[in-house]
Design a protein around this ligand. Sequence first.
Ligand SMILES: Cc1cc2nc3c(=O)[nH]c(=O)nc-3n(C[C@H](O)[C@H](O)[C@H](O)COP(=O)(O)O)c2cc1C
Length: 187
Amino acid sequence: MKICILSGNPKKEGLCQSVIEAAKAGAAEAGAEVDEIRLADLKLIRCQVCADGWGPCRDENYCRYGSDGFDDVRARLAECDAIVMATPVYWGETTEVLKSFLDRLRRCEFNQEKVLRGKQVLLIASPGGSGNGLLTCLEQMERFCLHTGAVIFDYLGINRWNSDYKKAAVQAAVAAMAGGRKRGDTV
Ligand SMILES: Cc1cc2nc3c(=O)[nH]c(=O)nc-3n(C[C@H](O)[C@H](O)[C@H](O)COP(=O)(O)O)c2cc1C
């Protein structure tokens, strides 16, 4: 079992990264391998909205600008068995790096060739200031999963004043998913 952590976190420490460390601990607990993709370190371009919005991505499942590193990330996602998508909440949304990556990936995943279809994804958002914007951020990630056929395993929100018990939930959720539990199973 290989778990990919698709991270929108620009920071290397802090609340969101501590949540990601809890996710890694959950994967280790289940004996799973982890591939952490830190999108903020990759400097990928945003969607160029080719051909008046109807570029080759939607029908031919590739991005014309994929050699900027986008193709490599997609290949790493294809290789894993399940995904943890984790981001701090910025303006009630995912961070800009995750948002712009998902914009490109959704286009390439829309038609027949799907890396994400049927793959389980655990959605994690950490709002740090007011705590507001958690639901809109999770909803944004949910919409991406609905468009691409990814299967949402669970939704988790972690903030400054619940991180003690919510990080335990993150670890347990990743351990359950990496251990083979499927959405819809009864425990
Ligand atoms: C540009 C920006 C926008 C933010 N917007 C929100 C927000 O809408 N709601 C919130 O609770 N926190 C917001 N925050 C705080 C981050 O969510 C917080 O930094 C992060 O979730 C957790 O802390 P960390 O940065 O130590 O990982 C924002 C932070 C930045 C930099």
